[in-house]
Structures are given as structure tokens and as C-alpha cells.
Design a protein around this ligand. Structure first.
Ligand code: PYC
Length: 330
């Protein structure tokens, strides 16, 4: 190995089938006093690292990960930047569950049984996670979301489908939530290409025609993810992540957006349990645990519970002479 190669050490987990590559070391010093500023510095000056980590040949279309940094807030154990093939996320639920599982099982935080607390400073705000631990193994992780809310209801014309309802809700990212059947879709793995194509077309149309803006964070200013669902006792969902992949998990922030919508519509009570099932059959449990009205918007704290598994560790060498060292996305 060349002496000038950089070494990035990662631990890889999956949460309900969706991967998280947690970067433990090897990241250059990022500029900024806050995690939002550091995320921006990484985006503007070190984006090659994200591409290197999540694009093929080291990643794939739904690869995502976390960059762990020393805590920038007193109450936090770590500050975290979330990355995926589409860019940077203010917050990610399946990554939170995956990273917390890795931090506890590998002893990066003080482990207490039966519950170990991990506090993450994320670009969307501070997230508290409680990990249920038995004999050193994390059974499940429950995290409390940053403020989640329903932004607006739209009615979309898409091809032959007219006046189709779409709830735009925020759970750490903005989601456009639509009933799959309203767009002639079913949440069947064999139709995944069609699901992705429709989702990205509808999302881009909404962004062209409507303003989607976080009231507090100016950098969260468009609809990034779509969420199709099929109703039932257990709601089946599929989140389509940019630039066009299907989340294998039920999607943590997407589930926060969904329960905020149900709560606003009076279809879910405070502390009522809600089950969300992904296209692969993996499940997250959710409940709105606190709701606060402000300026006509109901801001919710949502508790999300799910499980993750450690798959392995990587010593990844970044070779500056490798012509494909930033990977490629077809
Ligand atoms: O679990 O919040 C989530 C998430 C966002 C994008 C992919 N997964």
C-alpha cells in the first residue's frame, strides 16, 4: 500500500435490510463550529469522501452512512453527518439505529444494561437514543425524533392520474406521502423500477410547482424523498431515496413524517402504537409522544423503535492515484 494512501475505518450495519457505513476514523478536520457548518464544509470541500464511501464499487444505490465526529454540543456523545448516494441528510433514522447499535456493541460508549443512552448531535437537532442491551448485544434501539410535522396537503395531476392527494411532511427530511394505488402502483418488489421512476418524476414535479421549506432551517428547502404506502393494520410502505433507490427498511424519518400526518388527521392518538412495514417485511414501531402547536403547525416528538445488526468492519484505503477513487453512479 502506498504510503500516501488515506485509511478510513468503518463499521457496517444493516437496519431492517438497509445499510449504514459508520466512519470511525480517517475524516480530515472539517471547518465550522456547528454540525450544520461542518456538514456544509464536507459538502463543499470534501464531497469526494462521501462518493468514495457510498458509490459503487464500495457502495450501491441505497448505501448510506454516518461520519462520526467528537461532540460539538455538551449534551451529545457524538456529532454526526449523514450521507447517502443522493447527498447529505439532516437526519436519518435507520442510520441512527445502525450507528447506535455499533457504538454500543463495540464499546464506543459506556454500556449499561438493560438500557444504554446514546445522544447524537445531528444537523436536524439533538437526537436521544435508548438502546436495550442484553449481555452486550443490542436488542433494539428507540430514538426520539427532532420536531416532526405535517407541512401541507397537495393534490397532484400525474399522467392519467388526476387530483391525487399527497401529504408533504417532515420527519428529519421532507417526504411526499401518497397511497401507492392512487398512482396505479402496488408495493411489490417486482415493480421496484417503476416505483422509483414514478416517485422521482412526482417529486421533481412537486419541487417545480410548490414551495417546500423548513420554517427554521434554510438549508432544508426541497422535497427529497417520496413515500408510497398501502393501508392496513400494519401499514406497508416504500421510501424512495434520491437519486433513485428503495429503502429496504421502513425508514425512520419517513415513519416520523407518516405518524405526524396520521396524528394531524386524527387517525392516531398520542402514545398510540403504529407499525410500519418495509417492502422487505422489516418493521419499525412508532408513536407520537409529545405534540406542540405553534403558528398553526403541530410539532411532534416521535419515538421510533427498530433493530440493527453489525455486518463487519472495513479498512478502506483511499488511493489518490486510483482513477475511480470517487466511485461511479450509473
Ligand atoms: O431511516 O430515516 C431513515 C432514512 C432516510 C433515508 C433512508 N433512510
Amino acid at each position: 500500500m502506498k504510503i500516501n494512501s488515506k485509511l478510513l475505518v468503518t463499521v457496517d450495519t444493516h437496519t431492517g435490510g438497509n445499510p449504514t457505513r459508520t466512519v470511525l476514523s480517517g475524516i480530515p478536520k472539517l471547518k465550522g463550529e456547528t454540525i450544520q457548518e461542518k456538514m456544509l464544509d464536507m459538502k463543499e470541500n470534501h464531497d469526494y469522501i462521501r462518493k468514495y464511501l457510498v458509490f459503487p464499487p464500495r457502495g450501491h444505490d441505497v448505501m448510506s452512512g454516518t461520519i462520526l465526529l467528537p461532540p460539538l454540543k455538551e449534551e451529545a456523545d457524538f456529532s454526526v453527518i449523514f450521507i447517502e448516494t443522493g447527498g447529505y441528510l439532516p437526519m436519518c433514522g435507520h442510520d441512527t439505529i445502525g450507528t447506535c447499535t455499533a457504538l454500543v456493541e463495540l464499546g464506543y460508549v459506556e454500556v449499561k444494561e438493560p438500557y444504554t443512552s446514546v445522544v447524537l448531535d445531528t444537523p436536524a437537532g439533538v437526537v436521544e437514543a435508548s438502546c436495550k442491551v442484553e449481555e452486550g448485544k443490542v436488542q433494539e434501539v428507540t430514538f426520539i425524533s427532532t420536531d416532526s410535522f405535517h407541512l401541507k396537503k397537495l393534490y397532484i395531476d400525474y399522467k392519467d392520474f388526476k387530483n391525487v392527494p399527497c401529504d408533504v411532511a417532515y420527519g428529519g427530511n421532507f417526504y411526499g406521502i401518497m397511497k401507492a394505488g392512487d398512482l396505479g402502483l402496488s408495493l411489490d418488489v417486482s415493480r421496484s423500477e417503476e416505483i422509483v421512476d414514478v416517485a422521482m418524476a412526482v417529486r421533481d414535479q412537486i419541487n417545480r410547482q410548490h414551495e417546500v421549506k423548513h420554517p427554521e432551517y434554510p438549508f432544508i428547502n426541497k422535497l427529497t424523498h417520496m413515500e408510497f404506502y398501502e393501508p392496513g393494520d400494519v401499514v406497508k410502505n416504500t421510501v424512495i431515496v434520491p437519486p433513485g433507490g428503495i429503502d429496504r427498511s421502513p425508514c425512520g424519518t419517513g415513519t416520523c413524517a407518516k405518524v405526524s400526518t396520521l396524528y394531524k388527521d386524527g387517525q392516531l392518538d398520542l402514545n398510540e402504537s403504529f407499525l410500519h412495514e418495509s417492502i422487505t417485511g422489516s418493521r419499525f414501531k412508532a408513536q407520537v409522544i409529545h405534540a406542540n402547536q405553534e403558528g398553526g403547525v403541530t410539532y411532534n416528538k416521535v419515538a421510533i423503535t427498530g433493530s440493527a445488526w453489525i455486518m463487519g468492519r472495513h479498512d478502506l484505503y483511499f488511493d489518490p492515484d486510483d482513477p475511480l477513487n470517487q466511485g461511479y453512479l450509473l
